[in-house]
Write a protein that binds this ligand. Structure first.
Ligand SMILES: Nc1nc2c(c(=O)[nH]1)N[C@H]1C(S)=C(S)[C@@H](COP(=O)(O)O)O[C@H]1N2
Ligand SMILES: [Mo]
Length: 161
């Protein structure tokens, strides 16, 4: 008796947008490509171990993707927005933090992307990559992104006296 053949392995990487948001979402690279305007950027960043890296990325603006999940702040309140943080995780455990204000047009206005292509190769199998063109170093170019958490930073405890 022959063994039943294994089902085909579908390698479609997805990531979760979650945290203090109205509509958590799970998105693939294909969703990013079809759902948002694509931007193209050439970047050079420095890696501590490999030196300067040059890449061309295409993808969706992070701030536009996050707009879709509706973070729990009043959109017109600048101070409220300025207290939100984003934690971006890769499948290998690498994770890093951005502030909402870095990407907010009223503050840093950084054109951070969630990439759908790197050097004209589709990232569908590998998963999306965070692209931070204003960073000099590569540590926040998180590849194979699995999750982006959004939430407000709580007020620090009162200073000890
Ligand atoms: N998931 C994940 N992404 C990561 C890292 C990592 O360890 N894990 N390292 C970062 C660092 S330190 C650098 S310099 C760049 C290297 O990117 P490259 O290999 O595409 O040149 O990836 C970044 N993205
Ligand atoms: Mo690096």
């Amino acid at each position: 008796m022959s063994r039943p053949s294994a089902p085909p392995v579908t390698r479609t990487a997805a990531f979760t947008l979650w945290g203090e948001v109205a509509e958590p979402a799970r998105l693939t690279v294909a969703d990013l490509r079809t759902g948002w305007e694509q931007h193209r950027v050439e970047v050079v960043f420095d890696c501590a171990t490999a030196g300067p890296q040059q890449h061309t990325f295409e993808g969706a603006l992070l701030r536009e993707v996050l707009g879709r999940v509706r973070p729990d702040f009043e959109p017109t309140r600048r101070k409220e927005r300025s207290r939100f943080l984003l934690a971006v995780s890769g499948g290998d455990g690498h994770h890093t933090v951005l502030s909402w204000a870095e990407i907010d047009p009223d503050f840093g206005n950084a054109p951070v992307l969630l990439a759908t292509r790197m050097d004209d190769r589709d990232l569908e199998g590998a998963g999306t990559q965070l692209v931070v063109p204003s960073d000099r170093c590569g540590a926040r170019y998180v590849s194979a992104v699995t999750g982006i958490w959004i939430g407000g930073c709580p007020a620090p405890a009162p200073l000890p006296v």
